[in-house]
Design a protein around this ligand. Structure first.
Ligand code: GLN
Length: 503
């Protein structure tokens, strides 16, 4: 519609950011340009809106309390009793306003995470209630997203949960302007009527968000139901017809992509696919641009390590191998075995972050002959720490917020695969999230073993960003995470290169 939109995710947990949270429980930690470690929903916002967000776009209870308590200690509230209302709620509103100003946004979408009725969500709901009062009806809109379960025995859509959550919202002073009903199937007219009646909204303000082939279709199905008109009306904006052409093209291409290619996804959080959400999305974007439908074969690295599955068997018929990012010891030998297999059998390989570091370990061990080579993250006493903490990081002993984070410029080396991948660009920006680095002391030995450096940090050229193998169909390791910058209409070059190599 041509409006300038930004989005905020509110996470009512007490962690200051998502950096220290377990990907098993919370899914991937998304990294922003400015190095924020955020909720994965920021990734969705960036992909859907095709914009870059900042760490300020993810607000947590931890951040709010931290700053209020710091202010209290500095004496900024001298003489006052510091309370949830107004001090915490003021802080929340200020954060929202600050983001709006920073982006010069016409519209700020604020998603309050969790479920209505959660104790920890209350201050945030109270803050947005106050915001409507302050900004006025026409400057605010409440959209309630609620689940409509289907009783599997009868197939009936149950609206009771929505009825109750709306009641709960109204009890604290929020009347939704629209309700988005999340349900497996399209809302039946009966269910819609009920939701409108009990939810106290007109029927045309009840939107059905049902299962579709790809999440990227959601804006289209909501638009079919007239959402943009209603939102414009509510916010007192001129109605502008949304320009959805290129988005529609993408979905059409996505659905038409028929060449199936199997990619082995080797990692240790494979049971919760959300742990690798941006990578999965990046593969869809890259696949679509090549008419390829990636079929992901999840391989638990520990299963290879324990001998539960054999690497030759699981990788025999795949078209490519990705060794996923990660931390710590578990599954490491399994990942190294997968890298060895891909290298020796000329299978396209992409190592992301930890996956790249372990590729260096594998080559150091099996090609350069440094038998006990390792990353000092896993084996602090290895005689050959080919991956290690560099000097300036040695002094760091806390685990929260001590990584190399966010977008940094990378200098692409000439005549490399990296140069091809990035289409001849000389400097590129990718986002980082790691502590360990390729050890510069081993560069010569590694280069002799066939590794070529594809890119180095522009500011600190001793830091290796990309590695590749000379005599291989496609063997690429990336220290930063290219998946965070991939968009449906602008696939990440590294994923594009990898997927093209599967052909
Ligand atoms: N554990 C590795 C490091 O800290 C890699 C991190 C990652 O894969 N994101 O450097």
């Amino acid at each position: 519609m041509g409006y300038n939109v930004t989005a905020i995710k509110i996470d009512p947990y007490i962690n200051v950011d998502a950096g220290t949270m377990n990907p098993f429980m919370h899914g991937e930690v998304y990294v922003t340009e400015d190095g924020g470690e955020t909720d994965l929903d920021l990734g969705h916002y960036e992909r859907f809106l095709n914009i870059n967000l900042s760490k300020r776009n993810n607000i947590t209870t931890g951040q709010i309390y931290l700053s209020v308590i710091e202010k209290e200690r500095r004496g900024e509230y001298l003489g006052q009793t510091v309370q949830v209302i107004p001090h915490i709620t003021d802080e929340i509103k200020n954060r929202i306003r600050e983001v709006a100003q920073n982006y010069q946004a016409d519209i700020v979408l604020v998603e309050v995470g969790g479920t209505v009725g959660d104790i920890e969500g209350l201050p945030f709901l109270e803050a947005i209630r106050q915001m409507r009062l302050e900004l006025g009806e026409h400057n605010t809109m409440f959209i309630h997203v609620a689940l409509v379960p289907i009783l599997s025995v009868t197939g009936e859509q149950k609206t009771k949960p929505v009825q109750h959550s709306v009641q709960e919202l109204r009890r604290i002073g929020i009347q939704p302007d629209a309700i988005v009903a999340r349900c497996q199937t399209k809302l039946e007219p009966e269910a819609k009527k009920k939701i409108a009646l009990y939810g106290n909204v007109p029927e045309h303000a009840v939107y059905s968000s049902y299962d579709v082939e790809t999440i990227y279709e959601i804006p289209l199905i909501l638009e079919e139901q007239g959402i943009s008109k209603y939102v414009s009306e509510k916010l007192g904006l001129d109605y502008r017809k949304p320009e959805l052409g290129s988005w529609r093209d993408f979905i059409e291409k996505y659905k038409k992509a028929s060449v199936k290619k199997t990619i082995a996804m080797v990692g240790k959080y494979t049971k919760l696919k959300d742990s690798y959400l941006s990578i999965i999305e990046a593969l869809k974007h890259a696949g679509t641009s090549h008419g390829i439908r990636p079929v992901l074969k999840w391989i638990e690295a520990t299963d290879i390590e324990n001998g539960k599955i054999r690497v030759e068997e699981v990788l025999e018929r795949v078209d490519g191998v990705i060794v996923l990012p990660g931390f710590g010891k578990r599954g490491v030998e399994g990942k190294i075995a997968a890298i060895k297999y891909a290298r020796e059998n000329n299978i396209p390989f992409l190592g992301i972050c930890f996956g790249m570091q372990l590729a260096v370990v594998e080559i150091a061990r099996n090609v350069a002959g440094l038998e006990k080579a390792h990353t000092s993250e896993v084996d602090p006493h290895t005689p050959h720490p080919v991956i290690t903490l560099l000097e300036e990081q040695y002094r760091i002993d806390k685990l929260g917020g001590t990584m190399r984070l966010g977008a940094q410029p990378i200098k692409i080396i000439e005549n490399t695969l990296a140069e091809q991948i990035y289409n001849g660009e000389k400097i590129v920006y990718e986002r980082h999230r790691h502590r360990y680095e390729v050890n510069p002391k081993y560069l010569e030995i590694l280069e002799k073993a066939g590794i070529r450096i594809g890119g180095v940090s522009l500011e600190k050229p001793e830091l290796v960003e990309f590695i590749e193998l000379r005599d291989h169909k496609f063997f690429f390791g990336t220290q930063p995470h290219p998946e965070f910058k991939s968009r449906p209409l602008r696939p990440a070059p590294i994923f594009k290169g990898f997927v093209a190599a599967l052909k």
